[in-house]
Design a protein around this ligand. Structure first.
Ligand code: URA
Length: 216
């Protein structure tokens, strides 16, 4: 019997077969750094497709080789991807393949060893972030504390329309993030079983940053 609590309605799990297949390849421990990075990039592009499904359109007068027409184009300012350093960079790359003119912000947080709370060490954002759709990316939603803190900081900086995207989520992280920010839709490719005592997602895929950058 499935004893898991129901997932919050603000959470979308991207079940597309290509995404699920690529995620399985990423999880496998024998997958090389180069392959892992390539898969992360491909999945992120597909995630960006899902995340941007409802972007508003407007109509512009254009001319085809045969006649003038009113044709749909994206309305409003370019979206902004904010990567949570460092592993978020591996997701941003793939999203930029699909939306190359997106703006990119960075936020760096570390966990204070005494208070265990996230502390900001880096922040660089577009000045007009309040006028853009902001997609916050981090491959692993583990405890949810960094994601919740990053989003709180972006709201403080003026962001009004936010979405969060990760490859994998733990139920614990989903709870923390969605309770802290019920207005922020969350997209993931899988909600795994649990967090372990070292805050790793199980079964998971290991340390996403180390696997993306080959640092271990
Ligand atoms: N960060 C990771 O890279 N992996 C986990 O499993 C949890 C957090």
């Amino acid at each position: 019997m499935n004893t898991r609590p129901p997932l919050p309605s603000q959470l979308s799990v991207i079940g597309h077969p290509l995404v699920q297949h690529k995620l399985t390849l990423m999880r496998q421990k024998q997958t090389s750094t180069g392959e892992f990075r390539r898969l992360a990039r491909e999945i992120s592009l597909l995630m960006a497709y899902e995340l941007t499904r409802d972007l508003p359109l407007e109509y512009a007068a254009i001319e085809t080789p045969l006649e003038p027409m009113q044709a749909p184009i994206l309305a409003g300012k370019k979206l902004c991807i904010v990567t949570i350093l460092r592993a978020g960079d591996g997701i941003a790359e793939g999203m930029l393949d699909l939306v190359p003119s997106a703006r990119v912000g960075h936020i760096g947080l570390y966990r204070d060893p005494d208070t265990l709370k996230p502390v900001e060490y880096y922040l660089k954002l577009p000045e007009d972030i309040g006028e853009r759709l902001v997609i916050v990316v981090d491959p692993m939603l583990a405890t949810g504390h960094s994601a919740a803190a990053a989003i709180a900081r972006l709201k403080q900086a003026g962001a009004q329309q936010l979405r969060f995207a990760c490859l994998l989520a733990a139920p614990e992280g989903v709870k923390v993030l969605t309770e802290a920010h019920p207005d922020v839709p969350v997209f993931t490719c899988s909600v795994d079983r649990e967090l372990d005592s070292h805050a790793y997602i199980r079964p998971g895929l290991g340390d996403a940053g180390d696997r993306l950058f080959g640092t271990k």
